[in-house]
Design a protein. Sequence first.
Length: 205
Amino acid sequence: MLNFQHILIRAFTLFLLLDPIGNVPMYVVMLKKLPPKRQILVILRELIFALFVIIAFYEGGDAFLTLLELKPETIQISGGAILLIIATTMLFPKPHNEETEQVLTKKNNIPYFVPLAVPLIAGPAVLAAVMIYSHQHVTHVEGILAIALAWLVTTLILITSPFLNKILGEKGLITLERIMGLILVLFAFQMLMEGLTGFYVRIHS
């Protein structure tokens, strides 16, 4: 039987790591010279590429971590540390580099796969997270559903990125990203505490 709580918790964490709100300005800048319909097609294509990469790391993650003989506590502590690092970058985002934006929007410089799919969506934090999930006590189907749910919400947000950018503006997007970062900090500390507790129990048992 599927545990929907497991699915929702992991999907929400992945959604925060995918950071679609934070990626809205970059997608807008990179695709602004394309017609609206073409923008949607490009976004869908790149997100499908990213989904395949994420699932590939999820499928191979358990075997890889087992091969390294990593303890569950090690995985939880390292996962919490990764989440905490990503959360701090969301809470304190770097200002946009105008020179980089100009390079990205030059004529005939339409992005393919990199960077729209990897690493903006399927970045190191997301790939590390799904590898950790593959080694935790969740069924394979629950893991896939969590990835699919987080990906679907991310896709819906990025498809509407030009509209969101106009409605919320730069300050609104930054505020939302920082709220998401704050929530991710809570998940990070929870994972760290669970890992440290498990480590303490193991060495004293």
